[in-house]
Design a protein around this ligand. Structure first.
Ligand code: COA
Length: 150
């Protein structure tokens, strides 16, 4: 049975949490430190994972202030070997459905302006550019801020 597309609700206490950290370290352009991950507040942050067979192959981290219908996409990562495949859309659709069920009406994000692939993905998923923030990141990179109305 193909169960790909079923989201896992994760937190630092989940058995898959170490797999998330490993994926972040190996497949994310700017991985977070343990301190960054440790500073998450699990009443405001939602971490979703997706597995292929038994392997965790993607995760997405959102922040949502209780009572706010807007979610902040902090990180999304798919295993590099799956990028550009139909799996991306399956994962994304599952995330959108889950957020809608939670009452989310819009998603906003910042992404490094040099991350052309992610920006291409966000654009084709319907995100609009809000503005470009110069030297947003600590390494001096600019950021695109983008928004999707669901
Ligand atoms: C962001 C991510 C989940 C998107 O998944 P993906 O499978 O790569 O996305 P897709 O291939 O479906 O879409 C990317 C689009 O950008 C386009 N693209 C790729 N490289 C590009 C480039 N250099 N310039 C412009 N567009 C580009 C692709 O052609 C594609 O559009 P198409 O389907 O119309 O051809 C994935 O790339 C990822 O995990 N990246 C690493 C983590 C990351 O950077 N996350 C974003 C910051 S939080």
């Amino acid at each position: 049975m193909n169960t790909f597309g079923r989201l896992l609700n994760l937190s630092s206490g989940s058995e898959e949490f170490q797999d998330v950290l490993n994926l972040d370290q190996h497949d994310f352009p700017k991985p977070w430190s343990m301190q960054d991950w440790g500073s998450l507040n699990w009443s405001h942050h939602q971490l979703f994972g997706i597995k292929k067979e038994t392997e965790l192959v993607g995760f997405a981290l959102f922040a949502q202030i209780p009572g706010d219908d807007s979610a902040h996409l902090l990180k999304i990562c798919l295993k590099s070997s799956l990028r550009g495949s139909p799996d991306t859309l399956v994962f994304w659709k599952a995330l959108i459905e889950e957020l809608k069920l939670k009452g989310v009406r819009s998603i906003y994000l910042e992404v490094a302006s040099r991350n052309a692939r992610a920006i291409g993905f966000y654009r084709k998923s319907g995100f609009q550019l809000l503005r470009i923030i110069k030297t947003y990141y600590s390494n001096g990179d600019d950021a695109h801020t983008m928004q999707l109305i669901l």
